[in-house]
Design a protein around this ligand. Structure first.
Ligand SMILES: NC(=O)CC[C@H](N)C(=O)O
Length: 353
């Protein structure tokens, strides 16, 4: 008898071992990252998802809060071939269900062939396969989580001082801590605003650059952030990472679409079209820009040609689909933050009309 079950939308129920008890549901995704489980498990972009690790052993170098990207565990549940006691205890204390002793290759190939899908988990003494199926059946599509920003954003404006080299107004749609740190380390003061901040809130800061953070779910649901981008387009330099790229593009007249299973890992090759160089990048996204609107494609994914970087000299915009802050992952693309600071210093302060 198993003490954990994973129910998939295609009707299968997999047996597993409970490592942190509970019942839950979410969109089933996988990451191929072989390190960085603490960063992934605290990345707010994983809200409402169940994260499968394709790397078989997760937890082999402990759990340290210095490596966290936010204050809590963000995916609804974790699945691995083998979770160490350290990770199991951490997830138990955070009340996030976790299971292991399951064939994660089967889960990964299923998601690759059928797409990210609804999933239910039931773990702990006395659970039944039907419990997991009931969870899976109650799982809503990601785009139905219309106010997902409220789960991951600050509720009050917060300032992170970096020395006053520039004032960055950041719309916090679920920002990773290391994105803020990458800006403060370069001397910027980062004024973090709630995901539903208004153009007036941004104008009050009188920033040098508007930054739209990463975040979970469907970018089309971040309506307030799109309104802010629209209000300042052409007047204020802008930058964004991941959801930030998607929100900026949509607000400027482009559009996004859902990918079949997305990109999650630390070895995604990205080609810069201007220098012809390829760098390795960290990624975590399930949507992609399909119509770039007024923005020009500067970087593409070598595997599938999806848009990885955009800019507009006229509008003073630079964005990345991947994660240049590289937590976890290769440091090839850290220079993006220098470009953001250059953008910030290039233009005098303006206020919203
Ligand atoms: N890391 C992110 O910002 C993810 C963006 C968006 N939620 C997606 O899945 O595409």
């Amino acid at each position: 008898m198993s003490d954990a079950y994973i129910a998939l939308a295609d009707g299968r129920v997999l047996e597993a071992r409970a490592r942190a008890p509970g019942r839950t549901r979410g969109e089933l995704v996988f990451t191929t990252a072989y390190t960085g489980y603490e960063e992934s498990l605290t990345d707010p972009s994983y809200a409402e998802q169940i994260l499968t690790f394709s790397y078989p052993l997760i937890g082999n170098y402990g759990v340290r809060t210095e490596r966290f990207e936010s204050e809590s565990v963000q995916p609804r549940a974790a699945i691995a071939r083998e979770l160490t006691d350290d990770v199991a205890e951490w997830l138990t204390s955070e009340a996030v269900p976790a299971v292991d002793h399951v064939d994660t290759r089967e889960i990964v190939t299923t998601v690759r062939e059928e797409g990210a899908m609804a999933c239910g988990i039931a773990a702990g003494p006395d659970v039944t396969p039907e419990d997991a199926v009931a969870e899976m059946e109650a799982c809503e599509p990601m785009s139905d989580h219309v106010d997902i920003g409220a789960q991951v954003s600050v509720t009050e404006p917060t300032v992170h001082e970096g020395g006053g080299a520039a004032d960055v107004a950041m719309l916090d749609c679920g920002a990773k801590g290391s994105i803020i740190a990458s800006l403060t380390e370069r001397g910027a003061d980062v004024h973090v605003l709630p995901y539903d901040a208004t153009p007036e809130d941004v104008a009050e800061i009188d920033p040098d650059v508007l930054f739209v953070s990463n975040g979970p779910g469907d970018p089309e649901n971040f309506v307030a952030a799109q309104e802010v981008v629209d209000a300042f387009a052409g007047d204020l330099p802008m930058a964004g990472i991941c959801l930030g790229q998607q929100v900026i593009t949509s607000a400027l007249g482009g559009s996004t679409e859902k990918m079949m299973f997305g990109h999650r890992g630390v070895n995604q090759p990205v080609k810069d079209l201007r220098s012809d160089k390829v760098v390795m990048t960290t990624q975590n996204h399930g949507y992609t820009v399909d119509d770039t609107g007024p923005l020009e494609v500067t970087q593409v994914n070598v595997n599938d040609d999806t848009v990885e970087g955009l800019d507009s000299e006229e509008l003073d915009v630079i964005t990345r689909q991947y994660h240049p802050e590289a937590n976890p992952g290769p440091h090839d693309s850290l220079g993006f933050f220098d470009e953001v600071l250059e953008l910030a210093e290039a233009t005098p302060h303006v206020a919203a009309d």
